[in-house]
Every structure is written in structure tokens, then in C-alpha cells.
Design a protein around this ligand. Sequence first.
Ligand code: SF4
Length: 195
Amino acid sequence: MNVTRRQFFRVCAAGLGGSSIAMMGFSPTAALAEVRTFKLARATETRNTCPYCSVSCGLLIYSTGDKSKNSQAEIIHIEGDPDNPVNRGSLCPKGAGLRDMVQSPNRLKWPEVREAGSTEWKKISWNEAIDRITKHMKADRDANFMTQNKDGVTVNRWPTTGFLASSAACNEAGYLSVKVLRSLGMTTLDTQARI
Ligand code: SF4
């Protein structure tokens, strides 16, 4: 390997700097661990699941503040949960950037509706959203439920409305979702795992 005089001095300076720091009792690894400890010392740790895909990696979410008048709760750090058997502390780039998604000004935090003929989205309450969804579902099912196919075979299906559930939900929630939707005759249900 050819090393120029300039490269030689640069390597020597870096090595000398590193060994001097180590001789002063600072290990770079230990120093990084210390910084992390200080940063998270007063934070609240909350376990959660990454919402992006069906892998459902475990997360540790660190936040400061509380709901008192004097402070505002804020997430300051998110990392993989080393105790979670799914990901053992690792996260893919999407999961590693989760804090940006959580704190994005573009994140939708409430239901919105765009009325027929309108170009504007309007904020509505969760109760109103659930009422409206229920009414739309009932009207569509009443209009399109099929008891038999064209050959006279009993099918009892509702093919005109689909349901997108969460792939990060627990087994019990998934089981209940499928039971309720199939009992209504819905044939199209999926999760974001395939998106
Ligand atoms: S961290 Fe990546 S792999 Fe894990 S659930 Fe999130 S998106 Fe999926």
C-alpha cells in the first residue's frame, strides 16, 4: 500500500489522540455509554411496538416531562427493545427513524372527512367518525349483501366494503377483527403488512 507523507502524519495523529484519550482513562465506548445514560437518566421508559410492518419490532420510548402545568411531555429517544424476542434490540431504518414520524408536523392525529363534492378535509371527533363509519357500513351492506351467487349457491357475502386492520395488533385483537368482519360477510380484509 502506498502512503503519502500527509496520510502518514494524519494516521499517526489519530492514533496518538486515541491512545492519549485511553491513557487518560476514557474509553470511547464507555464515554458513549455514559452520554446515553445521562441523556436518559430522568426519562420515562415506555415499551411499545413499531407500527410500520408485520415484523412488529419492540420499542423502548423515552420521554421527559409529564402532564403537569409546568412541563410538556416529549419523546426524546426511541430505540429497539433488547428484551423483545422479535427484534432483540435491533430496528430497520424505518423503525430507527420512528421519532421523526411521531413528531412530524404532517402526522394525522384525529379523524378527518372530505364531504361529497368538497375539496377540503374537515376535522371531526372520534365519536362522529365512528357514527359515520357505522352508518356507511350498514347502508352499503344493506344495499350489496349477497345471499346467493348467480348459480343459486348460498354465499352470504358482503363484497363491496373492505377493512384494513393492524398487523401490529395482538393475536386476540386479530382474532376478534376477523371474527367480527367474517360474521358480517366481509370478504376483503387485510393488514398493512402487505403495503
Ligand atoms: S423496525 Fe422495521 S422491521 Fe421492525 S416493525 Fe418497524 S418497519 Fe418493520
